[in-house]
Design a protein around this ligand. Structure first.
Ligand code: GAP
Length: 579
């Protein structure tokens, strides 16, 4: 391998073994798009399923998963603020026309951009030596919108965008889910899907793609509700929290301490953060390789009141943000309610109804008709349109005017009444966990890649691997291959994911399986034909045991899903051929 950097090695392996690689490769490819190949697509699906298991399936009747289109009409993203605010600052070289993202360019030169205005950044740019490529003068910093724009149908006036976050499919459907949940005071909506961001300069180092998969969960909750039943189960778990992006080390504290000290703004956000940590551990990324970094106010998205980025180690000092956990307050529901005109408030029934004093106005239509005859309709309409203040003013003056004619108010009466309200309307608040599946694939692979006797072994957690079992006949003859193929069919029927390989020496085949992370190999040899046993070989220890064919599906399940050690599953076996 050409590089010693574990992350670059993982990228090299991913390409060589068809896990993922540049998209549209045969045309030279375009930055920011990747394909997942035969050894990658199912692995990514399993990573997503693991997220789903933690954030959706393990929270029945609390979290509901939905699926919405990737193209959204302009009105949605106008309301959400993305059309106006989903921007990065760029500068263009006046000579060669290259465009640079300002914060990346300055930060690479060691210049801190935090809290700087566009004007300040423009004057910093003017003091630089010019374009890094041609030395040309850099233009003033200006906003660049990251939305991919399209038109819907044949009418160019109907503008749509690729959604930049799956969340913008969730907020507009809030009302429906709220009703389906029978108006719960807290619940979550989750969505997994593709999103698009027209990034300025996608860079391999921090895995910036232009199209990628997000796994998002929005917890909706009553902000006055003091405690989250979900958090109470998780509160004693520890989190690594870091408040500034300088040299300070993350501090470990329980979720409970972080919320009670005000460090994390609410229990729902803290619960999502704890589940995020658990998820990364399930991906095989150890606790010392991730922490939460608080995003300073001037770097937060426009909707956020507080954001913690989940940072994970790719290699050595190379960390990347794999998830953003934000307290979005009532920003989104209010914005969509105002823009659509639909009431997106929740209703809270009160233990003791609120009693309000109100004035009730009455008028006598018979007397109005007697006195104003054909004008009656107009008089009553004017009365109905009048505000409470207008009516009170008219009563104290003794008249009001309709079409210039004075109308006497003696036929009105006003009385004070008490009205009991059984509840109040309010906007639910949102705590969000937004995870990037592609970045997590990169980090997971970088952590899984190990070396054993100079060979690459992809030690991804067994329960995530796909394929799960390599089936290898020792020889491609004497019926060993036929038995092995029957075994593959049996494993498929047992809902496992096998792969068959009879090409080349057995040691080479083991090596190929190790490199793509297949956790266990089953070898069919001559002894199989005699006593219906096979060998199982562990990817990580290279240990081998002998197991009866009839017990195989159950033993494989124990090995893959229950973490059984190979030696617990059968008699230690001599290797059928040298590795
Ligand atoms: N709804 C909130 C939201 O979208 P974000 O921090 O912009 O928040 C969440 O994105 C996650 O999506 C990031 O933490 C990252 O894992 C992933 N992500 C964002 N931009 C990405 C990009 N250009 N390429 C790959 N993944 C990206």
């Amino acid at each position: 391998m050409s590089s010693e950097d574990p992350y670059l090695k993982a990228l090299e392996l991913a390409k060589r073994r068809g896990i993922f690689y540049q998209s549209s490769e045969i045309y030279g490819g375009v930055g920011g798009f990747i394909d997942y190949g035969p050894n990658g697509a199912r692995l990514k699906a399993n990573l997503i399923d693991e997220w789903r298991r933690i954030f959706v399936n393990s929270l029945p009747d609390l979290v509901y998963e939905v699926e919405t289109p990737i193209i959204v009409p302009e009105a949605v993203l106008k309301a959400s603020g993305h059309v106006d605010n989903f921007t990065d600052l760029v500068t263009q070289c006046s000579k060669c026309g290259r465009v640079y993202r300002v914060d990346h360019m300055l930060e690479e030169l060691g210049i801190d951009t935090s809290g700087k205005s566009t004007e300040e950044l423009s004057s910093t740019l003017a003091r630089l030596d010019g374009c890094p490529v041609c030395g040309g003068k850099l233009n003033q910093a200006e906003s660049y919108n990251l939305l991919f724009r399209t038109s819907i149908g044949p009418y160019s006036s109907l503008v749509g965008y690729l959604r930049p976050e799956t969340a913008q499919g969730i907020f507009p459907m809030f009302r429906r889910i709220y009703e389906v949940t029978r108006e719960k005071e807290a619940f979550g909506i989750a969505q997994v899907g593709r999103v698009g961001r027209n990034e300025i300069s996608p860079r391999g180092g921090d895995i910036r793609l232009r199209e990628f998969t997000q796994m998002e969960l929005e917890f909706f909750f009553d902000p006055e509700l003091r405690s989250s039943p979900l958090f109470s189960r998780l509160a004693n778990e520890r989190l690594n929290l870091r408040r500034d992006s300088g040299n300070a080390q993350p501090v470990s504290m329980t979720g409970k301490a972080a919320v009670s000290s005000g460090l994390i703004s609410n229990e729902w956000l803290a619960a999502a953060m704890i589940m995020g940590k658990q998820f990364l551990i399930r991906l095989g990324i150890p606790e010392e390789s991730h922490y939460y970094l608080e995003v300073p106010a001037d770097k937060r998205a426009h909707y956020s009141k507080q954001t913690w980025d989940l940072m994970a180690r790719l290699a050595n000092d190379n960390w990347t943000e794999v998830a953003g956990l934000s307290y979005r307050g009532d920003f989104d529901l209010k914005a969509h309610a105002h823009a659509s005109g639909v009431d997106l408030r929740a209703f809270k029934r009160l233990d003791t109804p609120i009693v309000k004093q109100e004035k009730r106005f009455k008028w006598d239509p018979v007397r109005i008709r007697e006195k104003y005859g054909p004008m009656t309709g107009e008089v009553i309409k004017s009365l109905s349109d009048m505000s409470e203040d207008d009516i009170l003013r008219a009563i104290s003056a003794g008249y009001f005017e309709v079409n210039g004619q004075r109308i006497d108010t003696s036929m009105f009466s006003v009385e004070d009444v008490s009205k009991a309200e059984s509840g109040v309307h309010y906007y639910m608040h949102v705590a969000e966990g937004s995870f990037g599946a592609d970045r997590l694939m990169h980090v997971m692979l970088a952590h899984a890649l190990t070396q054993r006797e100079g060979r690459a072994v992809l030690a991804i957690p067994r329960y995530l691997a796909n394929p799960q079992v390599g089936v290898l006949p020792l020889m491609k003859k004497d019926g060993l291959d036929l038995t092995a193929r029957d075994l593959v069919s049996g494993l498929v029927r047992a809902r496992l994911a096998p792969t068959y390989d009879d090409e080349g020496a057995i040691g080479r085949r083991y090596a190929r399986l190790d490199e793509v992370g297949v956790p266990v190999a089953v070898t069919v040899d001559y002894q199989t034909l005699e006593d219906s046993t096979v060998t199982l070989r562990d990817r990580d220890t290279w240990e081998q045991v002998r197991v009866r064919l009839s017990d195989l599906p159950e033993k494989l399940r124990q090995f893959i899903y229950e973490g059984a050690q190979l030696r617990e599953l059968g008699e230690r076996a001599a290797s059928p051929a040298k590795d």
